[in-house]
Design a protein around this ligand. Structure first.
Ligand code: SAH
Length: 224
């Protein structure tokens, strides 16, 4: 890093030359390595990831890796956030359901790409922190709900897209039911201590088309 990092403090840390520079380097690296749309790249440039990581890890916010966020959970690797966001192929007017709010970072990126994000989390402390972080950057088209994602949000279904950021052993059928015809679901599926695969499922004429984006490692989806 060419400069010192901003001071740790209680509230959200505003962007500085340093955070802007570090974020730009990160997004350029992702753009070189992966095929992501310009809209997704723009969202990754816009969202201050450092606001969503714990204060003691501030200086690692723009590394391309997962980081611990407390309660045994992690904020996803930026490249994975970019790829999952890209896989939803959002145009801007969609309503999205996210399972696993965690830090709120993935929801924040999605909020720049679609109309509305409903995000479900089972750990209360994480839901509270994510809400605070999202409010601090003014992203008011994300709602965080404390509830078990296996059941989804039938009262607001169908959704244009569903993204699951914890790994279930199998595709949760109830969530597939809450996806509209033509909509996409992005989900890492697989055993807790084995290889999970990042799947993109598209509902098309009553069938489910499946694309495998390759191996990934997520914390398990719990409950159900
Ligand atoms: N999207 C997050 C990463 C989340 S890590 C981010 O950008 O930071 C996975 C999260 O899924 C954890 O916070 C975990 O508590 C949550 N989770 C696990 N099982 C869940 C379930 N059944 N419903 C909702 N959230 C769940």
């Amino acid at each position: 890093m060419p400069y010192d990092w901003p001071e740790r403090r209680d509230g959200p840390v505003p962007d500085t030359e340093v955070t802007l520079w570090a974020r730009e380097q990160l997004v350029r690296r992702i753009e070189r390595a992966e095929h992501i749309s310009t809209r997704v790249a723009r969202a990754m440039r816009e969202v201050p990831r450092h606001v969503f990581v714990p204060a003691d890890l501030l200086d690692r916010a723009y590394e391309d890796g997962p980081l611990p966020i407390g309660d045994g959970q992690t904020i996803s690797q930026p490249t994975v956030v970019a790829l999952m966001s890209d896989a939803l192929q959002l145009q801007g007017n969609e309503r999205i359901l996210e399972i696993g709010t965690g830090s709120g970072y993935q929801a924040a990126v999605l909020s720049r790409l679609c109309a509305d994000v409903q995000s479900l989390e089972v750990v209360e402390a994480l839901a509270d922190r994510a809400r605070a972080a999202l409010a601090s950057v003014g992203y008011d088209n994300v709602q965080v709900h404390l509830r078990d994602g296996f059941f989804g949000m039938p009262e607001l279904a169908p959704f244009d897209g569903v993204i699951i950021t914890a790994a279930p052993a199998e595709v949760p059928v109830r969530l597939l039911e809450q996806l509209r015809e033509g909509g996409r679901m992005v989900v890492p599926v697989g055993p807790v201590f084995g290889v999970q695969h990042l799947l993109v499922l598209r509902k098309h004429q009553g069938q489910v088309e499946r694309t495998n984006l390759g191996p990934v490692r997520f914390v398990p989806m719990v409950g159900g």
